[in-house]
Design a protein around this ligand. Structure first.
Ligand code: SF4
Length: 260
């Protein structure tokens, strides 16, 4: 019997694994923002905060997020072994406009640094030749401001080659205050007034967020939470705000990280 006669498509595990990894996240409406949303389209934020439906997380995406989590753990463990970690998984103060957890705070040469670990598709990694992504810098800025630490590091790992790059970021207080003002206004529109934000000016976007947006349909029709069908009617049903994992990594960020 030839080799080919002994080998054929199995059809035993892949489908089972896909189903195992797929998940639909549960509803958790909220009145605050995640640090990972700092550069996100305000309308996307609205639809997420109001719990509009989004496609279930498919197996491939769930595994990509798991790879990112593994990289975070690997780097944090190494930093712990090196004896430089001051704290890990550090939450924002509970009353902050933004929620999120800084990956690690390290002490080097007598100074503390907030470290944000980012995994990047090779293309995104190459694009960081001259500097970190703007949204990554802004996220780190928010942590620096809230923890009162004047400097931080963005540590990027190439998902394909495990090469590392690092960028020193210094606190830009006026920039953070501008962001906080912008998001206080956005919270007023979304939470207090319950209004859909106007279509954003997309000229400053680092990539076309609409291309990967799960809310193209309601956005195109200016659907609001009060006009959305009830859960039993399907589209627009309230569910899946943000999971604990999204709070940490920004699932949307994780979802789209490979695509820009
Ligand atoms: S389709 Fe574009 S403008 Fe509309 S919510 Fe999504 S990202 Fe924002």
């Amino acid at each position: 019997m030839s080799h080919e006669e002994h080998v054929r498509e199995a059809g035993l595990l892949v489908e089972r694994l896909e189903q195992h990894f797929q998940r639909q996240e549960t509803a958790r409406p909220r009145d605050y923002f995640y640090v990972s949303e700092v550069s996100k389209c305000p309308r996307q934020i609205y639809y997420t905060m109001k719990g509009f439906s989004r496609p279930p997380l498919d197996g491939v995406t769930a595994r990509k997020l798991a790879v990112g989590d593994d990289a975070h753990r690997r780097v944090a463990q190494a930093l712990f072994s090196m004896g430089v970690v001051v704290a890990a998984e550090v939450p924002m103060p509970p009353d902050a406009l933004f929620h999120g957890r800084a990956d690690v705070i390290v002490s080097l040469n007598g100074k503390n640094y907030v470290v944000e670990v980012k995994t990047a598709h090779p293309y995104s990694y190459e694009q960081m030749a001259s500097g970190p992504r703007g949204d990554h810098s802004l996220q780190l800025q928010l942590y620096l401001y809230h923890f009162g630490i004047p400097q931080g590091i963005i540590l990027a790992e190439n998902k394909a080659t495990q090469e590392l790059k690092e960028f020193l970021v210094e606190l830009d207080r006026p920039q953070v205050e501008r962001i906080l003002e912008e998001f206080r206004n956005l919270r007023e529109v979304i939470v207090e007034q319950g209004k859909l934000p106007p279509l954003p000016d997309k000229s400053g976007w680092e990539f076309n967020q609409c291309r990967y947006c799960p809310y193209v349909e309601p956005c195109g029709e200016d659907v609001t939470a009060s006009a959305a069908p009830s859960p039993a009617k399907g589209r627009g049903r309230v569910q899946a705000a943000q999971s604990a994992q999204e709070e940490h990594t920004g699932a949307s960020e994780g979802l789209f990280e490979d695509m820009n």
